[in-house]
Design a protein around this ligand. Structure first.
Ligand SMILES: *[C@@H]1O[C@H](CO)[C@@H](O)[C@H](O)[C@H]1NC(C)=O
Ligand SMILES: *[C@@H]1O[C@H](CO)[C@@H](O)[C@H](O)[C@H]1NC(C)=O
Ligand SMILES: *[C@@H]1O[C@H](CO)[C@@H](O)[C@H](O)[C@H]1NC(C)=O
Ligand SMILES: *[C@@H]1O[C@H](CO)[C@@H](O)[C@H](O)[C@H]1NC(C)=O
Ligand SMILES: *[C@@H]1O[C@H](CO)[C@@H](O)[C@H](O)[C@H]1NC(C)=O
Length: 341
C-alpha cells in the first residue's frame, strides 16, 4: 500500500474541498462489490472465545476473514517475534488445542480460514500476511488487520508496549496495513468450545464485543469509501470496551468515545516489594510523563479516564508508529549534545 503522491492529493483537494484533511486516495481503488479481506489475530490464542465470536460476526457480515493467531496464550508477550523451531509442536496449544505432536501451523479441520501458528501475536500476523495470503488467498489485498478483542483491557501508553494484541497491531501498521486493536473487560482464559451452546446469548460479553467490532469495522470502511486509505499511513487504532452483558447487565450496547492514549489517569507497569512473600508484586504506576500531552489532540479525554468512569463507553484512540520526537524536542537534544556532532 503506497502513500498518495502530493500531486494527486493536491488535485483531489482542489476538486473536493469539502473533504476533511488527510483523506488519502488509494492507488488502485477496488470494486465496491469485492468483499473486504480482514486478517484477524490476538494474543490469547486462536481458541479464545472472543476471537471466535468476532470471526463469526465479521464473516456473517460479508467480510473475507483470515483468522491467524498464536497456538497458545501469549498475553503480555509484547512485540516478540518468535517462530516455530520444529515442524511439529512438542507441547499442546492452549486447552491442548491443538494437541502435542500437531504441525506447528495449521487450520481447523474443516475450515481453511481459521489458522494457528506456534508463535507470537506479531509473528502470527506476519504468517498470515507473508505466507497464508500468497499461498492460500491468491495474494489478495488485505484491507485491514483486526486484533482481539483481547481478554482484558489494554489502556494507556504503559500497556502499548506490553500487550501482544497491540503489538500485533503496530506490526501490521509498520507493514503498511491498517490495523485496529480491540480489548474487552472480560478478562479470563476462555475456550470457545466451552461456549458452543451460547452463540445466541445476547448478554455474553464475547457476543456483544463481536457485534461492536463489526459495527466499528463497517463504519471504518464506510467512512473511508473505496477511493481512500482506511487509515493514514503510520497510524493504527486502540479500542477498549467496558464491562458488558453478564458482567454489567446495565451495559449491553456501549457508545463510542474518541479518546487519546496518554493524558489524565494513564498508567504503566510497576512493582512493589511484598514483605510476606518476599517477592515483588505487579502494581499500576502513575507517572507525570504519562499524562503529558505533546502530540495529538490535547483536549481529548484519555482512554484511562473513559474506562475508569465506567459509564458504558468504548474508548477509541489513534496511535502513530512514527516514534521520532518532535522537532522542538530534537532541537533541544541536539543542543544539549552539540559537543558531539
Ligand atoms: C522435532 O519434532 C520431532 C517429532 O516430535 C522430534 O522427534 C524431534 O526431536 C524434534 N526436533 C527438535 C530439534 O526438537
Ligand atoms: C470435518 O468434516 C468431516 C467430514 O464431514 C467430519 O467427519 C468431521 O467430524 C469434521 N470435523 C470437525 C472438527 O468438525
Ligand atoms: C488469482 O489472481 C489472478 C490475478 O488477479 C486471477 O487472474 C486469478 O483468476 C485468481 N485465481 C483465483 C483462484 O482466484
Ligand atoms: C470465564 O467466564 C465465564 C463467564 O463468566 C465462565 O463461565 C468461565 O467459567 C470463566 N472461565 C475461566 C477459566 O475462569
Ligand atoms: C455498569 O454500567 C453502568 C453504566 O451503564 C455504570 O453506571 C455502572 O457503574 C457499571 N457497574 C459496574 C459494576 O461495572
Amino acid at each position: 500500500m503506497k502513500f498518495s503522491t502530493p500531486v494527486a492529493f493536491a488535485i483531489l483537494a482542489s476538486i473536493a474541498s469539502a473533504l476533511p484533511a488527510y483523506k488519502f486516495p488509494v492507488d488502485e481503488p477496488v470494486s465496491a462489490s469485492d468483499p473486504k479481506t480482514i486478517v484477524l489475530s490476538n494474543d490469547d490464542g486462536w481458541q479464545a472465545l472472543n476471537i471466535r465470536a468476532t470471526y463469526r460476526e465479521l464473516t456473517n457480515a460479508g467480510y473475507q476473514v483470515i483468522l491467524s493467531a498464536p497456538a497458545s496464550q501469549r498475553s503480555g508477550w509484547s512485540g516478540r517475534f518468535v517462530l516455530p523451531t520444529n515442524t511439529t509442536m512438542s507441547t499442546g496449544g492452549e486447552f491442548n488445542y491443538p494437541p502435542a505432536g500437531s504441525p506447528s501451523w495449521g487450520h481447523e479441520e474443516n475450515d481453511t480460514s481459521i489458522w494457528y501458528f506456534d508463535g507470537t501475536p506479531a509473528s502470527s500476523v506476519a504468517f498470515a500476511l507473508e505466507y497464508l495470503v500468497p499461498n492460500y488467498y491468491n495474494n489478495t489485498k488485505v484491507d485491514l488487520v483486526v486484533n482481539g478483542p483481547n481478554e482484558g483491557l489494554n489502556v494507556s501508553p504503559g500497556m502499548f508496549t506490553i500487550s501482544g494484541t497491540i503489538s500485533a497491531t503496530y506490526n501490521s501498521v509498520y507493514r503498511g496495513v491498517p490495523a485496529v486493536a480491540f480489548s474487552g473487560s472480560n478478562g479470563n482464559n476462555s475456550f470457545f468450545a466451552d461456549f458452543a451452546d451460547q452463540e445466541d446469548d445476547e448478554n455474553l460479553a464475547a457476543n456483544i464485543y463481536a457485534k461492536k467490532v463489526t459495527e466499528f469495522v463497517d463504519a471504518l470502511f464506510k467512512g473511508a469509501g473505496d477511493e481512500y486509505e482506511l487509515l493514514p499511513v503510520t497510524t493504527g487504532l486502540n479500542v477498549n470496551f467496558p464491562k458488558v452483558g453478564h458482567d454489567n447487565e446495565s451495559c449491553t450496547d456501549p457508545s463510542w468515545v474518541y479518546t487519546r492514549l496518554s493524558g489524565k489517569g494513564s498508567y504503566a507497569a510497576d512493582l512493589k516489594y511484598d514483605e510476606d512473600s518476599k517477592l515483588f508484586v505487579w502494581t499500576n504506576g502513575y507517572y507525570e510523563p504519562m499524562t503529558e500531552k505533546i502530540f495529538g489532540i490535547k483536549t481529548l479525554q484519555s482512554e484511562a479516564e473513559i474506562i475508569n468512569d465506567d459509564n458504558c463507553q468504548t474508548a477509541v484512540s489513534a496511535f502513530s508508529i512514527d516514534y521520532d520526537a518532535s522537532v522542538e524536542q530534537n532541537e533541544y537534544i541536539q543542543q544539549s549534545l552539540q559537543g558531539l556532532f
